[in-house]
Design a protein around this ligand. Structure first.
Ligand code: HPA
Ligand code: ZN
Length: 319
């Protein structure tokens, strides 16, 4: 039995398995530039974050209708149940869909349709986190946030993702300020490919409550001390870090050192269809490669609930 856990760093578009991509392409009359799912899988050898993002955005072309988004989310939730996931906070990238003519409401209604039944169908509570693409203009993020105002009952938080290096988070300060005024929680990707300064920036300028990835924080002892003292959670994604070459080998992953430093680190799958494993495979992978103790594995699972946006009573019941 997999240990009960929350998954907090999961891009729903990154759960698009090759077989589902081909099924949706056929349903929507779209031609994919790959012969079959196996040929597509062979393209999953990435040099860095950008080479992954290029394919990730390209494949989204198959997602067009509310039913497509609901099928995508339902497939993830079913898979997550098998991995012991009890709560999932799920990223989506609205700008990647509106930019190719899919209305914001289609994306949200489709995803929310699947999430609203996840507790009954899979015993998983769930919530949506809307990410802004940091390599797109601030005006586009503001427009996206305005579209979300009709759906505040369906979205718990905002995040920031896409190409990190050279796209400073500080540009999005006003967007995050407005999101907070609307009652949304705030998280951001930082310190995945970018240095520790990028983590300081999302803490101090965007004032996020949780950092996505954040592995390069370990290069800055002062930052580690701040994260530890303030119990700021980090949503770490070990398979992603290896596949995108932020870390050379799972055996060199900083996760164990993060735990030893007293950080609220969690384990997540990021884009599991692309990176070779869902969340339990990430747990098993790091447990073996880093020789984690049973206590450390329990701490990771407990951290995942502590770091979640569940209400206080539900959160404490898991701790
Ligand atoms: N980093 C940045 N952007 C992303 C990622 C990631 O790991 N996955 C999907 N979009
Ligand atoms: Zn991510």
């Amino acid at each position: 039995m997999p240990i009960p856990k929350a998954e907090l760093h999961l891009h729903i578009e990154g759960t698009l398995e090759p077989e589902l991509a081909f099924a949706l392409a056929e349903r929507n009359g779209i031609a994919l530039p790959f012969a079959d799912p196996d040929a597509l899988r062979e393209a999953y050898a990435f040099a860095d974050l950008q080479s992954f993002l290029d394919l990730y955005y390209e494949l989204m072309a198959v997602l067009r209708t509310p039913r497509d988004f609901a099928d995508l989310a339902d497939a993830y939730l079913r898979r997550a149940q098998a991995d012991g996931v009890r709560h999932a906070e799920i990223f989506f990238d609205p700008q990647a869909h509106t930019a190719r003519g899919v209305p914001f409401d289609v994306v949200v209604e489709g995803l929310h349709g699947a999430l609203s039944t996840s507790r009954d169908r899979y015993g998983i509570s769930s919530a949506l986190i809307m990410c802004f693409l940091r390599d797109q203009p601030v005006d586009s993020a503001l427009e996206t946030l305005a579209s979300a105002e009709r759906h505040l009952d369906k979205i718990i938080a905002v995040g920031l993702d896409s190409a990190e290096v050279g796209n400073p988070a500080a540009r999005f300060a006003a967007v995050f300020e407005r999101a907070r005024e609307l009652g949304l929680r705030c998280v951001a990707h930082a310190g995945e490919e970018g240095p520790a300064e990028y983590v300081w920036e999302v803490l101090d300028v965007l004032r996020v409550e949780r950092v996505d990835h954040g592995i390069r924080s370990m290069e800055d002892p002062e930052l580690v001390e701040r994260l530890r003292a303030e119990r700021i959670p980090l949503t770490v994604c070990p398979f992603s870090n290896v596949r995108l070459r932020a870390v050379d080998h799972l055996g060199f992953h900083p996760l164990k050192r993060m735990l030893e430093a007293g950080l609220v680190a969690t384990v997540n799958s990021d884009d599991p269809a692309y990176f070779g494993g869902y969340v339990q495979e990430n747990y098993d992978g790091v447990a073996a490669a880093l020789e984690l103790t049973d206590d450390q594995i329990c701490t990771l699972a407990r951290n995942s609930f502590e770091a979640s946006f569940l209400d206080e009573a539900t959160r404490s019941a898991y701790l």
